[in-house]
Design a protein around this ligand. Structure first.
Ligand SMILES: NC(=O)c1ccc[n+]([C@@H]2O[C@H](COP(=O)([O-])OP(=O)(O)OC[C@H]3O[C@@H](n4cnc5c(N)ncnc54)[C@H](O)[C@@H]3O)[C@@H](O)[C@H]2O)c1
Length: 244
């Protein structure tokens, strides 16, 4: 029987690469998207021919009720669930001096409370069945300070604390909970960075390039596999040497 995975924010970027990678490895996948239905539908139709079950559900993870409905729909579609990947996230970059409460709240509510909203609605199922694993996508911004990202850095550092505490709660049931912390990855999120800054960013990275979404997805695919069952509470940085 296929293993079964839930992925948030699977319609583009890193999330789409995770959905595609898991589907290619034989997982049935249910993923959420917030607004880009066309892209989500295109992913579903491209992967449906692979002999796995794929479905996309519209959900705003910043809302507990919406996250709950997503998890319920995903469980109903998949039957059982082996994997949760919390990936959906946003940026609203600005120096703190200029930052508005809405920009702070949007990032914390999506990136940090959103992970609570989703995970809270499935962790009981994992614990009861002694089955499951969680990978949370954080960022190097959760490990080092980045000017203009107080909201994003706070949310991503929060995810690391959330992961470690949940890893301890879930360990007795044999459920691994880990973080992946990418550096700069070439997605629509980073395509918003002005061209002149992109050159500076590439020079700062020892490997002289941004990561590819596929490279992040390959690490996630290892962490959710049976090969990684004894790894828990860890943060895996994948950044071309940016933070060494
Ligand atoms: N791109 C990078 O350089 C980079 C680096 C480190 C960490 N990350 C993290 O990786 C994850 C994916 O980033 P990406 O670059 O693919 O971003 P992206 O903007 O390309 O995709 C983000 C995804 O999250 C979804 N999403 C956003 N808000 C949502 C909400 N309220 N409810 C449900 N879904 C929502 C979007 O629909 C989209 O599918 C994020 O958590 C991001 O913080 C990205």
């Amino acid at each position: 029987m296929n293993r079964k995975a839930i992925v948030t924010g699977g319609s583009r970027g890193i999330g789409a690469a995770i959905v595609e990678t898991l589907a290619n490895e034989g997982y049935d996948v249910a993923f959420s998207y917030v607004s880009n239905k066309d892209k989500a539908d295109a992913i579903v139709s491209a992967l449906s021919s692979k002999g796995v079950k794929i479905a996309a559900f519209q959900a705003d993870i910043a809302s507990f009720e919406s996250a709950q409905a997503f998890i319920n729909n995903a469980k109903e579609f998949l039957g059982d669930v082996d994997v949760l990947v919390n990936n959906a996230g946003i940026t609203r970059d600005k120096t703190l001096f200029m930052m508005q409460p809405e920009e702070w709240n949007a990032v914390i509510n999506t990136n940090l409370t959103g992970y609570f909203n989703v995970t809270r609605n499935i962790v009981g199922y994992f614990l009861k069945n002694k089955r499951g694993c969680v990978v949370n996508i954080t960022s190097v911004s959760g490990l080092v300070g980045i000017a203009g990202q107080t909201n994003y850095c706070a949310s991503k550092a929060g995810i690391i604390g959330f992961t470690r505490a949940l890893a301890k709660e879930a360990a007795r049931a044999g459920i691994p909970v880990n973080c992946v912390a990418p550096g700069f990855v070439d997605t629509e999120m980073t395509q918003a960075i002005p061209e002149k800054h992109l050159d500076e960013i590439n020079k700062m990275i020892p490997m002289r390039r941004m990561g590819k979404a596929q490279e992040i997805a390959d690490l996630v695919s290892f962490l959710v596999s049976e090969k990684a069952k004894y790894i828990t509470g860890q943060v895996f940085t994948i950044d071309g040497g940016l933070t060494i």
